[in-house]
Design a protein around this ligand. Structure first.
Ligand code: NAD
Length: 524
């Protein structure tokens, strides 16, 4: 018997330091350590029944017209709006972000609904294709939902990241099973309430609380599509298992995003944009700037300016304090990763430029690291903390080479006052997203596709591509009129071969002389 993937996971499932298999999942405020609440964990043994329920509800949901499904999405937008303050409050308490960042996270979620309300009819419309070799038939490409979409999401953006694929999947006519992070269960519970309030039927959207083993068991139960957002490590596992089951996958994984600062950059703007882009949400963003390649002639200026921004504009503290620009590290395991990378960097002779010290607890002081290169972990592996490694380069070419010489490829930014130069270099970076003089822009543009290359994942969420990603292209062909004979069918006769040959001469013959061969009495 084939070993079930979920049965091999007893250890891996505890990847985040919480215990799998326990009946309750506790939600802890990372800023205070206070218990916020707890929920009952789903057991891995329930996975098959959950996927089966989603499957039996799917045809009914897909049978509703797109207009009807969009009406539900309109109500979902209203429901999100009405629970706006509650959502912000929970995100701040449970994930540790600041109130302003929680608000900023909700904006693209709301605007994504607007985008699909405006554009889904056009994006999902059947497309007629003229096929020259069979002009007597009508050809149509239809976008069909996969069926049951399993969404597995992380903790760092607990509203935007799960809702983006959930909304696209529902609009396209799929049913959805969402397994959110075990660290943000209360926020996920509110999302469930909001979706149900909008009128999405129970089995069309199901929320499943659980640890990694439950995510694995849900995948074992063979949904029709997986959209996974999370670490590269777990991404490799789920992609391998999905490969065995031949389930299509969208993977949104980690990053080691680079910012390239050229000698003609506006250094003040670059320093502010980079410090913000590297410390936003305590650096717990896949899109966070973790590497900077600065041309040597302006490196000292940039570092001095970054230090000024750290001292004057960045402040770490509880997300509830309006003076904080970023809040807590969401869990102890993540804090350990950041601390060990900083200790390793120091042991390799790095200089650490710090901002205002963090308070006691799960808070991390913003840190700029210099004096190391990609041989050291802090400059090559994802940190997921408010830590930015700055490395000097001789010129733009070296900057591009070192940017691309990474396993990851999510976002790259180029800082220069010469737009033409910036666009030229943007075309050379190996990443899913790039920006000139701004790194985090894609967080506020749900109209644009989002996703990475290499170990940062594949497939796209958001925008047109994100909706198409929840569908497969179904090709179909109807009769316009019937020919007196079928040229490709049996019986195979000489006049059919002659006709085919004449057509090949006429249509593909490179010269007039070749084309005229079609008119010959006998075609050889
Ligand atoms: P993680 O990979 O540990 O967990 C993600 C989700 O997968 C969680 O819900 C977890 O319970 C589940 N899971 C764990 N093991 C599993 C298994 N074996 N099978 C199925 N599901 C399993 O990631 P995390 O720590 O929650 O999130 C941080 C990571 O996410 C970072 O690497 C970050 O870069 C990445 N991320 C990427 C994007 C993006 O859009 N590219 C966005 C946000 C976060």
């Amino acid at each position: 018997m084939v070993e079930r993937y979920s049965e091999t996971l007893s250890h891996e499932a505890q990847s985040n330091g919480q215990e799998s298999g326990t009946a309750k999942i506790r939600s802890i405020n990372p800023a205070t350590g206070a218990l916020l609440g707890e929920v009952s964990a789903t057991q891995a043994s329930e996975a098959e029944a959950i996927i089966a329920r989603a499957r039996s509800a799917q045809s009914g949901w897909a049978a509703r017209s797109l207009k009807e499904r969009l009406m539900v999405m309109r109500r979902l937008r209203g429901s999100l709006y009405h629970h706006y303050d509650e959502l912000v409050d929970l995100m701040v308490k449970e994930q540790g972000k600041t109130t302003q960042d929680a608000m900023a996270e909700l904006l693209p979620t709301l605007e994504l609904v607007n985008f699909y309300l405006r554009n889904s009819q056009e994006i999902l419309a059947p497309e007629r294709v003229f096929a020259l070799l069979v002009p007597h038939r009508r050809h149509v490409i239809e976008r069909r939902p996969y069926g049951v979409v399993l969404v597995i999401s992380p903790w760092n953006f607990p509203v935007l990241l799960p809702l983006t694929p959930v909304i696209a999947a529902l609009v396209a006519g799929n049913t959805v099973v969402l397994k959110p992070s075990e660290y943000t269960v209360l926020t996920s519970g509110l999302i469930d309430k909001i979706i149900k309030e909008a009128g999405v039927p129970d089995d069309v959207f199901q929320l499943v609380y659980g640890y990694g083993d439950v995510g694995a068991a849900l995948l074992d139960a063979r949904p029709d599509k997986l959209c996974f957002t999370g670490s590269e490590r777990v991404g490799r596992k789920v992609a391998a298992r999905a490969g065995e089951l031949l389930i299509p996958v969208t993977l949104e994984l980690g990053g080691k995003d680079a910012a390239i600062v050229l000698e003609d950059a506006n250094i003040k703007r670059a320093a502010r944009g980079i410090v913000w882009g590297g410390t936003l949400n305590a650096g717990q963003a896949c899109i966070s700037i973790e590497r900077v390649y600065v041309v040597r002639s302006v490196a000292d200026d940039l570092l001095a300016e970054m230090k000024r921004v750290l001292d004057n504009q960045v402040r770490v503290g509880p997300g509830t304090d309006s003076r904080s620009t970023y809040g807590a590290i969401t869990n102890r395991a993540q804090m350990n990763v950041i601390q060990s990378q900083l200790e390793d960097a120091a042991a390799h002779g790095a200089q650490l430029i710090t901002g205002k010290p963090a308070p006691e607890g799960l808070f991390c002081t913003p840190t700029v690291v210099t004096g190391v290169d990609e041989q050291v972990t802090v400059a090559s592996e994802e940190t997921f903390g408010p830590v930015i490694t700055v490395m000097s380069v001789e010129n733009e070419q070296e900057a591009i080479e070192r940017t691309n010489n990474s396993r990851y490829g999510l976002t790259t930014s180029i800082w220069t006052e010469n737009r033409e130069r910036g666009r030229r270099l943007a075309r050379q970076v190996q990443s899913g997203v790039s920006g000139l003089n701004e790194h985090i822009w894609s967080q506020s543009t749900p109209e644009m596709p989002w996703g990475g290359v290499k170990a940062s994942g594949y497939g796209r969420t958001r925008g047109r591509e994100g909706l198409l990603d929840m569908t497969y292209a179904h090709a179909t062909s109807y009769e316009r009129f019937r020919l007196p004979f079928e040229p490709f069918w049996v019986p195979y006769l000489s006049y059919k071969r002659s006709l085919l040959k004449r057509f090949i001469h006429l249509w593909y013959g490179p010269t007039l002389r070749d084309k005229l061969k079609a008119l010959k009495w006998r075609v050889e």
